[in-house]
Every structure is written in structure tokens, then in C-alpha cells.
Design a protein. Sequence first.
Length: 199
Amino acid sequence: MERKKTTIEINIKIDDAFIEEWHPKYDNFGDDEKGYKTIIAKISNELSSKGIMSKDTFIDILNWKAPRLKGIVKLNEFATYEKALLRCFKAPNNEKLAILDELYGIGVPVASTILHFMYPQFFPIMDIRTAETLHCAGYIRSKARDQKRYILYQSTILTIVKDHPKWSLRQIDRALFAYHKIDLGPKIKGRKGKAKRCS
């Protein structure tokens, strides 16, 4: 028997107060900030000195995003990924995501993570938690994570940064993720496992 879906409504504004409250709460369940900063520094050095990221850094990103990806991505064929990464580095910004999304095992969430590490001030990471938070708050129309939806997602996050310039993409990402993990996610799941959805 199919469970009836009920609707939840949230009334939040992604502003200075929201980010200030929620981004530190990310550390309650995430201990990846040191790794994040290490990868940012490593990739910045590689791109400025060689114009390409190393296989080790690529693996570091996969481990940071989701270690299970190493079993999906064809690391023994890294030359294919390396060529795409080089094309991506040289391509216009509006073509970069599509180049990475074409790679085996790399969908938009992982492609946006790679791009975020390459360009941390321009490409936000698209994650189910962050997308769902923005969707439920009425900032974006869909929580789907594909190339078409990424454009609006990116534009929305960059507008938040523009309107609240004291915060980085990373801090906004942490706030959206923490809010979902602590508050919104349990509401969506509902009591006793009843499915709910955003209006």
C-alpha cells in the first residue's frame, strides 16, 4: 500500500543570520574542513604551476565527496579523466560542468565538487541536502541535480554571496547542508517514516 505524501512548509531566509547560525553547526557531524582546505591549497598550486590536477588530487576529491566513488570511477583509465580535466580547465565557464558530467562515474554533484575545488569562488557544490534546502525555501523550483538545474542553482548561490558578501561559497554550503541535516531532513522524513515533500 502506498503511503500518502504530506506537504511541509518551511519559512527561512538565506541571509546573514541564517548563515551565521547554521554554518558552524556543520562541524557537529562533519570533520572534513581540514581536508577541504588541504585540497583547495593543493589544487590551486597544481593549476597555477602545471595547469592540470594530479591523479592524487583527483582521488583526494573523490574521497572527500564520497569514498565509494573510487569503486565506480575508472581510475585505471585516469588518462581519459585527465584529458577531460585539461579541456575543462581551458573551456569557458559555461561549458566546464558538461565536460566533467560526461565522464564515467561523474554526475553533476561530483562534477560540481571538482569545479568547486578548482574555482571555489564561482562553482558551488550541488548536493541533495543543499538543493533540497533551497527548493523547500522557495529559492529554486526543483531539487533535481542535473546540468539544466545546476545553472539556476549556481546563479541562486552566487546571488546569495553577492547579497551577503562576508560569506564564502563554502560557508553558505555548510549552512545549507547543516540546516538540512539537523532540521529539514527529519521534517521531510516525517514521524514514523511517513514520506513528506516540500510544497
